[in-house]
Design a protein around this ligand. Structure first.
Ligand code: ADP
Ligand code: MG
Length: 263
């Protein structure tokens, strides 16, 4: 472990309890096989931007998924703020999950529908109303909220477009706006720019970073772009050899140093 007090946000003074606490988490997919990783512990202050790096198969996606309990950890605890997530079931678990906007590499937009309708669908995480299926029947308050989420990713002018008319970067920004509809306190993003060209990737990372800075959203993203980890995160976590091998402020890190995570 390079640093155990890794990465107090350099743009936000953390206050109160941390946004995310992971304690002694371990995950094995198949009995008898070695764990993907074990005894992973870290604590993320509100508003901090955290990059997770590590080679293919190091368990980065598994870690994000275990934090949401989309994959069940074998041991350890996860807290969102003061709320223990491990052990929750049913609606309590759904409510806790809705605090996190999850953005994937593939944006999974509904292509034949408008940008605004796709964003409205993000509200279904909180409220299962058929009026959120189409913009034409959505309540005005929801439409206003969706437009405001689009404005936060600089896409309000494209609200009426069909999503199959958008570029990859614009589509990913719509996916971020859709995640914002659930008014998350945290955003988890698993290789959100891996399918984008370099400029679109920078634009999307800048949107994430601005959201963290402007709104105090806590951001945890997986990336293979070490320069993105250094530029858009306050802190970097590295998974290697079945453990959390690096936890350090990005200010202390270099690309050459981070390459050691792939050795
Ligand atoms: N659903 C699953 N069932 C069994 N093994 C899995 C499953 N998901 C991932 N794995 C294995 O767990 C390890 C970590 O995978 P993953 O978290 O996807 O790594 P990363 O995101 O760092 O590439 C890999 O060896 C992968 O094959
Ligand atoms: Mg992965």
């Amino acid at each position: 472990m390079t640093s155990i007090n890794g990465g107090v946000a350099n743009h936000a003074i953390p206050t109160g309890e941390p946004a995310l606490v992971v304690q002694d988490l371990s995950k094995t997919y198949r009995a008898g096989e070695p764990p993907v990783w074990s005894n992973v512990s870290f604590s993320v202050p509100r508003g901090q931007r955290v990059a997770i790096i590590g080679g293919n198969g190091a368990g980065k996606s598994t870690l994000l998924r275990c934090c949401m309990r989309l994959v069940e950890p074998d041991a350890g605890e996860v807290y969102f703020g003061a709320h223990k997530i491990t052990g929750l079931r049913g609606r309590a678990l759904s409510r806790a999950r809705a605090q996190v906007g999850f953005v994937f590499q593939k944006h999974n937009l509904v292509h034949r529908l408008s940008v605004l309708t796709n964003v409205l669908h993000g509200g279904l995480a909180q409220r299962r109303s058929p009026r959120l299926w189409f913009q034409s029947v959505a309540p005005a308050t929801d439409r206003r909220k969706a437009l405001s989420c689009l404005a936060q990713v600089n896409l309000a002018p494209l609200c009426g477009r069909r999503t199959d008319e958008l570029s990859g970067g614009q589509s990913q920004r719509v996916a971020i706006a859709r995640a914002l509809m659930q008014q998350p306190t945290m955003i988890f993003a698993d290789e959100p720019v891996a399918s984008l060209d370099p400029q679109a990737g920078e634009d999307v990372m800048q949107v994430f970073s601005d959201l963290a800075q402007a709104q105090g959203l806590t951001l945890v993203f997986v990336t293979h772009h070490l320069e993105h980890a250094l530029r858009y995160a306050d802190r970097v976590l590295g998974l290697q050899g079945g453990r959390l091998a690096l936890d350090a402020p990005t200010a202390n890190q270099s690309i050459a140093g981070l390459r050691g995570m792939y050795a």
